[in-house]
Design a protein around this ligand. Structure first.
Ligand code: C2E
Ligand code: CA
Ligand code: CA
Ligand code: CA
Length: 278
């Protein structure tokens, strides 16, 4: 017999229950991890192609779960956003990233992801100043990565917050550039220090086609607006060569290194320090 709507509904009900149960369980686990300091930061190098040297690292959160193994941020950041738990998590990330970067050579910076909820919550500039003061990291060594989704909530408020962060002296990068609907208009409304070109544009670069033209257009525009460009997700030497040719200043991706625990970053300092050009 043909299933009617009711039967379908009935059929899917257990799985919805199951989903809700898993969410509740993860939320509880997240609360415990916040309480017990159960997160870690990994670091991925940001490389300056023009100066041919390491610029710094992006901090990426990891959750070594007691039974599930390493849980990736893609699995828990959305739930942390929905439940507001991103606020204590984000504060920990900021503090920990600044603390770790303070021990690096002075010319290296650290980039920290700020989620939309965290960005729009009151007092972000104060939280950041406190993290800098408590750890002794100088503001110009901290770069905040935000996505354009913060503009959708409230453009005026977003611009106000961005300017107050600029006053603190930190740098600001626009993350995942090109994936939203109105990237260009947001680029025009605020002088970001850096534009991070989304991985999806880099993926197509090894093949011939208009991907080169897109990269060139973004780097040209960013340069005209006085912003640096970084290409995300660089995995192949061919992509690197094209990016260099099209004038992209910074790169990040598995080609250089995957994100690694902080204990491993020291080895990269020398390996990626400025070398005389051949
Ligand atoms: P994102 O900010 O765009 O970070 C880059 C992501 O791309 C990272 O995934 C990184 O491991 C991955 N990646 C880097 N190079 C390559 C590459 O060459 N190929 C491929 N396929 N992937 C590459 P990860 O660490 O799983 O983080 C995913 C997302 O979770 C981040 O995307 C960011 O939006 C969010 N996230 C991570 N850490 C934090 C955090 O501390 N706070 C907040 N609010 N969000 C975070
Ligand atoms: Ca990022
Ligand atoms: Ca990104
Ligand atoms: Ca992303």
């Amino acid at each position: 017999a043909k299933r009617d709507g009711k039967a379908n509904h009935h059929f899917f009900e257990p799985s919805l229950d199951e989903q809700a149960r898993r969410r509740r369980e993860m939320e509880l686990d997240l609360r415990l991890a916040i309480r017990d300091g159960g997160f870690e930061l990994y670091f991925q190098p940001l490389y300056d192609l023009r100066a041919d040297r390491l610029q710094g690292f992006e901090a990426l959160i990891r959750w070594p779960h007691p039974t599930k193994g390493m849980v990736s941020p893609g699995e828990f950041i959305p739930l942390a956003e929905e439940t507001g738990l991103i606020l204590p998590i984000g504060e920990w990330v900021l503090r920990e990233a600044c603390r770790i970067a303070r021990a690096w050579p002075d010319n290296l910076s650290v980039a920290v992801n700020i989620s939309p909820k965290q960005f729009l919550a009151p007092g972000l500039a104060t939280t950041i100043m406190q993290a800098l003061t408590a750890t002794g990291l100088s503001p110009e060594r901290l770069e905040l990565e935000i996505t354009e989704s913060v503009f959708i909530a409230n453009v005026e408020k977003t611009l106000g917050t961005l300017h107050s962060l600029r006053d603190v002296g930190v740098r600001i990068a626009l993350d995942d550039f090109g994936t939203g609907y109105s990237s260009l208009s947001y680029l025009r409304s605020f002088p970001f220090d850096k534009v991070k070109i989304d991985r999806s544009f880099v993926q197509d670069l090894a093949q011939e086609g208009n991907a080169h033209a897109v990269i060139r257009a973004i780097t040209t525009l960013a340069e005209a607006l006085g912003m640096d460009t970084l290409a995300e997700g660089v995995e192949l030497p061919e992509q690197l060569e094209i990016l260099r040719r099209e004038g992209c200043q910074y790169i990040q991706g598995y080609l250089l290194s995957e994100p690694i625990p902080s204990a491993g970053v020291n080895e990269l300092f020398d390996e990626m320090a400025a070398k005389p050009r051949q």
